[in-house]
Design a protein around this ligand. Structure first.
Ligand SMILES: [Zn+2]
Length: 308
């Protein structure tokens, strides 16, 4: 079986202000690095537009309406201190959701063994009724619910290795034992949540990392906190909130991972997915703001996914 990748030109049309780290060039460098011959076997598919009704899996209608109403006809509109929308942002966000849901459909239908979604805007900071941290809607949360509603998944594990805590995903599933949320992230750092003692109903596992943590301590945290939780949970699907801003080159944080760490972590989660979820793994792009660090890391991550 193949590794599938979803992308769409609309993702480049979610425009952020000049100098903003979450910018269209992020996807351009990913496309370029995956153009290499060694990725020739990737099954490249244009992302479908999402069904707006699926946004309601994670967000109330009043919030959906609020985001929709904020979309400007021209220029850029601010919705949070560092989150903005432009005229095509609605369609970009909806297509990010469409790709995440389609990726879930693919792994359950056996069209792909695993899928990477290269989309913008990211999603893991979006809480039920709050757009924040460059995120409008929480596509990982929506995809997890889609797996439950459309494919009868009983347990979905979301593993978030973005350097920032996935506060939105934690918020959405705080009291839901059918979804496991595990996060490694720098602490202290934006958004400030993600302490070890935030455990929900036993379904939240936070592994905060001190600034300047490198490969060894990251792998320790993954080995001792994240992987045992996933093993114990025995998910029907593994979703990765794949941010690559814990790379040592990233300007937004101070964790010193290399692309080899993302290769390793990917392999570990694939083994868990093989044991419990017939290999079903869906990876959604979150952060990653140094263009070289991002490109190298995505190449390592997707390269490992393709090894099956
Ligand atoms: Zn991040």
């Amino acid at each position: 079986m193949v590794t599938r990748i979803y992308s769409h030109p609309i993702y480049l049309e979610h425009i952020t202000p000049p100098g903003h780290p979450e910018r269209p060039d992020r996807l351009r460098v990913i496309e370029r690095v995956l153009d290499d011959e060694k990725f020739a076997a990737l099954d490249r598919v244009q992302a479908p537009e999402g069904d707006p009704a699926t946004i309601l899996y994670a967000h109330p209608q009043s919030f959906v309406d609020k985001v929709h109403a904020a979309i400007p006809e021209t220029g850029i509109q601010r919705v949070d201190a560092d989150t903005t929308v432009s005229p095509k942002s609605w369609q970009a966000a909806l297509t990010a959701i469409g790709a995440a849901n389609a990726a879930v459909d693919d792994v359950f239908a056996g069209r792909a063994s695993n899928v990477f979604v290269a989309s913008r805007p990211p999603g893991h900071h979006a809480e039920k009724s709050t757009a924040m941290g460059f995120c409008l809607f929480n596509h990982a949360a929506i995809a997890a619910r889609h797996a439950q509603k459309a494919h009868g998944a009983e347990r979905v594990a979301i593993v978030d290795w973005d350097v920032h805590h996935g506060n939105g995903t934690q918020h959405i599933f705080w009291d839901d034992p059918s979804v496991l949320f595990c996060s490694t992230h720098q602490m202290p750092l934006y958004p400030g949540t993600g302490a070890k003692d935030e455990t929900g109903v036993g379904n939240i596992v936070n592994a905060p990392l001190a600034p300047r943590t490198g490969s060894d301590l990251f792998r320790d945290a993954f080995r001792t906190r994240v992987l045992p939780a996933v093993e114990n949970f025995a998910p029907d699907l593994v979703i990765v909130s794949a941010g690559f801003d814990a790379h040592h080159l990233d300007p937004l944080a101070e964790i010193n991972l290399t692309e080899e760490d993302f290769d390793w972590a990917t392999g570990q989660l694939m083994e868990s997915a093989d044991r419990h979820a017939a290999g079903r793994l869906v990876s959604l792009l979150e952060g990653g703001y140094d263009l070289h660090g991002l490109a190298f890391s995505v190449a390592a991550h997707v390269g490992r996914m393709m090894k099956g």
